[in-house]
Design a protein around this ligand. Structure first.
Ligand SMILES: Cc1ncc(COP(=O)(O)O)c(C=O)c1O
Length: 443
């Protein structure tokens, strides 16, 4: 029997039920009183973080953790050059986006160079959710349709519209009628020819959206399918599905909020591994290394059409402070060779994981590219028996060994590894040693 399907925010989450015996003046108790039921915290015992540098985080009790999870501080926690860029700009000027600002257009010129030429406009906002919300609206405007296709355990954000295309966020409500979720692209589901099988599922969903009277506005995919369990390979498998969507008059939206900004080790953007041309690309998380910024890369013709129908203005999105942070991130990725480092250290982690796998039949699969890796855990070597309990135990065991990782996948049995891109080989080895020892204590 398969374990129950897990909602994304439940994974590795602190349970408020276990908070009864807690000291009422503690930070945890204050947090729960302030956030109420909307408080989401990691770990059976949450950690108070007070500092960070590179791939390390420092907790209030002085413990230094090796961060193998957080993909926002992608160039490294508190990177001095990002801090300096933000501080300098904050000391000079920060203002809403209805004034000309050289730092903003210098940044956008640099960012645009990383995209295909026809994505010649970039709309800046503050969160990945906002970026996806905007992308959905642009897709509906161009296609004249209202239906969207997503994968089964996708997460695309928290506005009303993007919650509706985020099956992994829905606890009780079903997906709305205008959204169809297809199984994520696992070869165990679609067979040897993954590209063909996935494209057939997309075609079926297009037809169903037509039947339901919505038509197909688009397919939105996280280009590494992070919350589905990290599905990276084989490169190129997305191209047939994208062709199906374009033939149906829908748009392909590449959600690069997680895989973007060089994490895959071979490309700046995850969609480039699949050799496809998206109509819209959304980005966020690592874009400002923690400074809240996000964006949509689009064709100017689509932006023009959209703006003829509705005005779009974002007070904070793309202000000079955000641009300064974003520029520093782009510069650091290039000058410090972080894409190359992601490939080098990521390959080392992969090799180490594969060696560990030989000893443990509980590891049923390892997937990923660069520094974006998923490791499936199962019972008794049977991939059809996912083991989310082992995943949660291992995550908490590693925490006690001062290493932070997370979980993903439909059943929460995939270990999600996404360290900052500046990770060293030495740090990778610390992780691998502890993973093996952690498994030893649990199995
Ligand atoms: C793939 C993906 N898209 C969009 C989002 C939403 O981004 P944000 O939380 O910045 O709104 C997330 C957040 O986890 C994400 O993982």
């Amino acid at each position: 029997m398969k374990p129950k399907i897990r909602q994304i925010l439940d994974m590795n989450a602190f349970s408020q039920d276990s908070a009864q015996t807690m000291n009422s003046g503690s930070l945890l108790s204050r947090r729960l009183k302030n956030f109420g039921a909307a408080s989401v915290l990691f770990y059976r015992t949450p950690i108070e973080m007070i500092g960070g540098h590179g791939a390390r985080l420092v907790a209030s009790d002085g413990t230094e953790y090796l961060d193998f999870y957080n993909n926002v501080p992608s160039v490294g926690h508190t990177h001095p050059r990002v801090v300096e860029a933000i501080s300098k700009q904050a000391a000079k000027l920060n203002i809403n986006t209805r004034y000309l600002s050289r730092v903003v257009d210098d940044y956008l010129d640099a960012l645009k160079k990383t995209f295909p030429d026809d994505l010649d406009n970039i709309l800046l906002c503050c969160t990945g959710s906002e970026a996806n919300d905007l992308a959905l609206r642009i897709a509906m405007q161009r296609s004249g349709n209202r239906g969207f296709i997503v994968t089964e355990t996708a997460y695309h954000g928290n506005t009303l519209a993007v919650t509706h295309i985020s099956p992994a966020a829905l606890k009780k409500d079903p997906l709305p009628d205008h959204v169809i979720a297809v199984p994520a692209p696992f070869s165990t589901i679609y067979g040897e020819d993954l590209g063909k099988g996935f494209a057939e599922a997309i075609k079926g969903a297009v037809d169903e959206l037509e039947n339901r009277g919505y038509g197909c506005a688009g397919l939105i995919c996280d280009s590494i399918f992070s919350s589905d369990g990290v599905l990276s390979d084989p490169p190129g498998f997305l191209s047939e599905a994208v062709a199906v969507i374009k033939n149906a008059g829908g748009l392909f939206i590449a959600d690069e909020v997680q895989p973007g900004f060089a994490r895959t080790g071979t490309h700046m953007w995850g969609f480039q591994r699949h050799n496809v041309l998206p109509d819209l690309v959304t980005m966020g998380k690592p874009m400002g290394n923690g400074f809240p910024m996000a964006g949509v890369a689009a064709k100017s013709s689509d932006v023009k059409r959209f703006c003829e129908h509705v005005g779009y203005f974002n007070t904070f999105g793309g202000n000079p402070l955000a641009a300064a942070a974003g520029q520093a991130v782009l510069d650091i990725i290039k000058e410090d060779g972080l894409m190359e480092n992601a490939l080098l250290v990521g390959s080392h982690v992969m090799a180490g994981l594969n060696a560990i796998r030989e000893k443990y039949l509980q590891i049923s699969d390892i997937r990923g590219t660069g520094l974006f890796i998923g490791v499936d855990l199962c019972t008794d070597g049977d991939p059809d028996r996912p083991d989310p309990t082992l995943a949660t135990d291992l995550i908490n065991t590693l925490k006690h060994r001062h290493i932070l990782i997370g979980a993903a996948g439909k059943y929460g049995n995939t270990l999600k590894l996404r360290p900052p891109l500046c990770l060293s080989i030495k740090e990778a080895d610390i992780f691998l040693d502890n993973l093996a020892q952690g498994l030893d204590t649990l199995i």
